[in-house]
Design a protein. Structure first.
Length: 241
């Protein structure tokens, strides 16, 4: 099990057991592609693949993470996020940047383990963002406000990482419920949990194709949608008759 693996990774790295473990699922979308950044409707579901984060609080403002999936350590000082880095540490940086203006952030160290395929369109980055945010909430004793945190995670993705995504991925990871899809109004960010039929199974096929949103045509599609809305005299394509 991934929970056991991540605790083993933490113990092997730091020589002690973690004091906290958090989990964030991946997601797949059933209906609505490129509609979230146009303030439309989407129907994603959380999946049984997830990212686990085992951690312990530290004095000071430094946060560091290790992972079995990628080499090296990701680290950030929440008092001085610094220049944007390359690699997976940019998401840790982005969350520190997005959250530090609204929450007091303490230091911690942790290990992550995930069975969400990276770059497969299953929101591995959003799961990472939400797990990191949940870790800070637990360490600092903040109430868990999933919609609010999802907004800040989206802001990190948009303004720090550089992907002009909508809110779907972050809300899916924050609010996913077993046996339910999420009907999300991306304009109001209202989420309704919709029970899935008991006799329906969602099967996800991994084609082996991998992508990075920052290097794909995702941002280009977003710009094209915005231009189409402007040509129609609309703020977003959701309002098209």
């Amino acid at each position: 099990m991934t929970r056991a693996r991540v605790c083993t990774k933490f113990a092997a790295t730091y020589g002690r057991q973690p004091t906290l473990v958090v989990r964030a699922p991946g997601r797949v979308n059933l209906i609505g592609e490129h509609t979230d950044h146009q303030e439309g409707f989407v129907l994603p579901i959380a999946i049984d693949r997830a990212l686990w984060l085992a951690l312990e609080p530290l004095p000071g403002s430094r946060v560091e993470l290790v992972s079995d999936q990628v080499d090296g350590m990701a680290a950030v000082d929440v008092d001085d996020v610094g220049e944007r880095v390359n690699g997976w540490g940019v998401y840790l940086q982005g969350m520190a940047w997005a959250l530090r203006d609204v929450l007091p952030l303490r230091g911690w160290r942790g290990a992550i383990d995930s069975d969400i395929p990276v770059g497969a369109g299953l929101s591995s980055s959003a799961a990472f963002e939400l797990a990191v945010a949940r870790a800070w909430a637990a360490v600092d004793g903040h109430p868990w406000l999933p919609v609010v945190v999802a907004r800040h995670a989206q802001r990190a993705e948009n303004n720090w990482v550089g992907v002009a995504s909508g809110i779907m991925d972050q809300l899916s990871c924050a609010l996913g419920r077993a046996g339910h899809a999420l009907l999300i109004d991306c304009r109001t960010q209202h989420v309704e949990h919709v029970a899935m039929p008991d006799d329906v199974a969602v099967v996800i096929m991994d084609t082996g194709t991998r992508r990075q949103l920052t290097g794909s045509a995702y941002n280009e599609r977003q710009v094209e949608c915005r231009r189409a809305a402007e040509a129609l005299g609309l703020s977003h394509l959701r309002d098209a008759p």
